[in-house]
Design a protein around this ligand. Structure first.
Ligand SMILES: Cc1cc2nc3c(=O)[nH]c(=O)nc-3n(C[C@H](O)[C@H](O)[C@H](O)COP(=O)(O)OP(=O)(O)OC[C@H]3O[C@@H](n4cnc5c(N)ncnc54)[C@H](O)[C@@H]3O)c2cc1C
Length: 247
């Protein structure tokens, strides 16, 4: 049985250890937490990041933890910048050594244990973050069950975690990554094209659904709703579909 996800409203200081730029809109942040030793979470959970705006007013936003709980010493967040947003532009101004507050972990969207016979993950954009925590956790035990990631984004340069995901796929016969671009522009790309839920539908319905498959969906609400409907239509049980969503 899945352990009860640890929910902890404790607020603690975090220091930015490292900032990695994926592209102009996406950064990865490695945060060292005060009292990290007593910070435990399950793959899929999120933290609240708390920063002060120009007027000194606190702004709070949720960010999924992209690192695995097995990775000790820091947590990783994968953040998209909204030009006119309240919190993400503040975070994008911060550098190594910068301090912020976090609260958590929160959330019941977690990797279920024991693992089922097979796992399908359908993610779009930064929706890869909580799924990455699950994938990294399973990678540490060589993907004990067949796991397929359907990952959608607009352009090839939006493929977050490209090298890491492709290397897992190369190393582990039980992990497959199907990256998909949604732009209709005629650009160089040798992967799938179209909406990620449509690509997943083609593959999942043409394959064998199997008796025990879990699906993890994460991305914008439209994509998550449509992927959920697709999975129910092809016969998946509602209780085997796990979702998280944000714009
Ligand atoms: C459980 C959970 C996990 C999440 N995990 C991640 C993650 O891993 N990575 C990630 O990048 N994000 C994640 N998010 C989203 C994140 O919490 C923020 O919503 C996001 O970063 C935007 O915050 P912001 O303050 O920068 O922008 P906001 O100030 O929230 O604005 C976002 C956009 O909405 C527009 N907007 C704001 N108010 C209005 C309004 N009244 N009318 C019309 N438009 C408006 C803004 O102009 C902007 O374009 C998650 C959300 C949830 C709920």
């Amino acid at each position: 049985m899945t352990a009860q996800p640890p929910i902890n409203g404790k607020r603690r200081k975090a220091t930015i250890e490292r900032v990695l730029s994926v592209n102009a809109e996406i950064n990865l942040y490695h945060l060292k937490l005060e009292g990290q030793h007593d910070f435990s979470f399950l793959p899929g959970q999120f933290v609240m990041v708390i920063l002060k705006d120009k007027e000194g007013k606190e702004v709070r936003r949720a960010y999924s933890i992209a690192s695995s709980p097995l990775e000790k010493g820091h947590i990783e967040l994968c953040v998209k910048k909204y030009q006119d947003g309240k919190l993400s532009p503040l975070l994008f101004k911060m550098k190594k050594g910068g301090q912020l507050d976090i609260e958590g972990p929160y959330g019941r969207y977690v990797l279920q244990a024991p693992l089922p016979g097979e796992i399908a993950c359908i993610a779009a954009g930064t929706g890869i973050a909580p799924i990455m925590s699950m994938i990294r956790t399973m990678a540490a035990s060589s993907f004990p069950v067949m796991t397929t990631l359907y990952y959608g984004f607009r352009y090839p340069h939006d493929f977050i975690y490209r090298d890491e995901l492709l290397s897992y796929a190369q190393q582990h016969p039980t992990f497959q990554a199907i990256p998909t671009i949604s732009t209709k522009e005629d650009i160089d790309w040798d992967g799938s094209r179209g909406y990620v839920q449509d690509i997943a539908k083609e593959r999942i319905s043409s394959g064998n659904l199997g008796s025990s498959i879990h699906a993890y969906l994460c991305g914008p609400p439209g994509m998550v709703e449509s992927a959920k409907k697709m999975l129910l239509d092809i016969g998946m049980r509602k209780e085997d579909i796990f979702r998280e969503q944000w714009e």
